[in-house]
Ligand binder design. Structure first.
Ligand code: B12
Length: 211
């Protein structure tokens, strides 16, 4: 854990953060640990937002910094991972919710772990999930959401897949800030994943492949 990196990022010092990331990588730091620090910094940002110290533009800025870090780190993780794809995963942020930072990290981790990932974006209507599952034929569907209102969207999405006769052809995992196993039960999904590593492990368990 690099406290300096976490503090730069949580204090919205974009230039300093990105410069430090580059420096750490040059010194041989593990890219995965950098992503982990970025996640810790986002937690701090969330706490400051909850405490009324930060406002919406700060949240957006934090999202920008995270994307910047991910752009630097991603090519390094992808190196040497050109093996054939291990299976298909469709992922999206459910209707009414536009949070995509966590989803993007999950997409990125699945991608670099060798899965063929189709990211269908944010605020995805139930019917679009159904249509895309028919088209793409994934083995796994990932539902991401950060708002409490996403609980219902997840439930409706799972129900719609069931009504379309697609439920038995896919495993459904959910995740995102407020999600937990209770929400998983409520939504009728197969598993809850607390982070991107959990998402990769679930896919590994369901459709095979090495991390
Ligand atoms: C950044 C942020 C924003 C940014 C989003 C930018 C973006 N491009 O995503 C912006 C500014 C746009 C935003 C907007 C809003 N936000 Co906001 N936001 C946040 C914040 C600070 C961080 C969320 C985040 O990205 N975290 C970083 C990621 C990496 O975190 P993570 O959860 O650890 O992600 C991991 C796991 O969850 C998991 N995962 C994620 N998805 C999936 C999917 C699967 C399948 C699996 C297995 C795993 C998985 O893997 C990820 C990587 O390891 C949170 C506060 C918090 N404490 O979380 C509030 C928060 C989520 N927002 C909140 C709110 C209220 C809003 C707004 C309604 C504010 C407003 N008044 O307009 C709007 C929502 C608009 C909408 N319709 O969606 C609330 C939600 C409260 C609630 N109970 O619903 C929170 C909790 C803040 C708060 N305490 O009030 N927000």
């Amino acid at each position: 854990m690099n406290i300096k990196l976490i503090n730069f990022m949580a204090d919205m010092k974009e230039e300093e953060t990105l410069a430090l990331v580059k420096e750490l990588l040059k010194e041989g730091a593990n890219p995965m640990e950098i992503l982990d620090d970025a996640r810790s910094a986002m937690e701090l940002v969330g706490k400051r937002f909850e405490a009324g110290e930060y406002f919406i533009p700060d949240l957006m800025m934090a999202g920008e910094i995270l994307k910047g870090i991910s752009d630097i780190v991603k090519p390094l993780i992808e190196q040497g991972n050109a093996a054939a794809k291990k299976g298909k995963v469709l992922i999206g942020t459910v209707a009414g919710d536009i949070h995509d930072i966590g989803k993007d990290i999950v997409t990125f981790m699945l991608d670099v772990s060798g899965y063929d990932v189709l990211d269908i974006g944010i605020d995805v209507p139930v019917q679009v999930f159904v249509d895309k599952v028919k088209e793409f034929k994934p083995q796994v569907v990932g539902l991401s959401g950060f708002l409490t209102l996403a609980f219902d969207s997840m439930k409706k999405t799972v129900e719609a897949l069931e009504e379309a006769g697609l439920r038995d052809s896919v495993k459904i995992m959910i995740g995102g800030g407020q999600m937990d196993d209770k929400v998983r039960k409520y939504a009728g999904a197969d598993a809850f994943g607390k982070d991107a590593i959990a998402a990769v492990n679930l896919c590994k368990q369901w459709i095979g492949g090495n991390l």
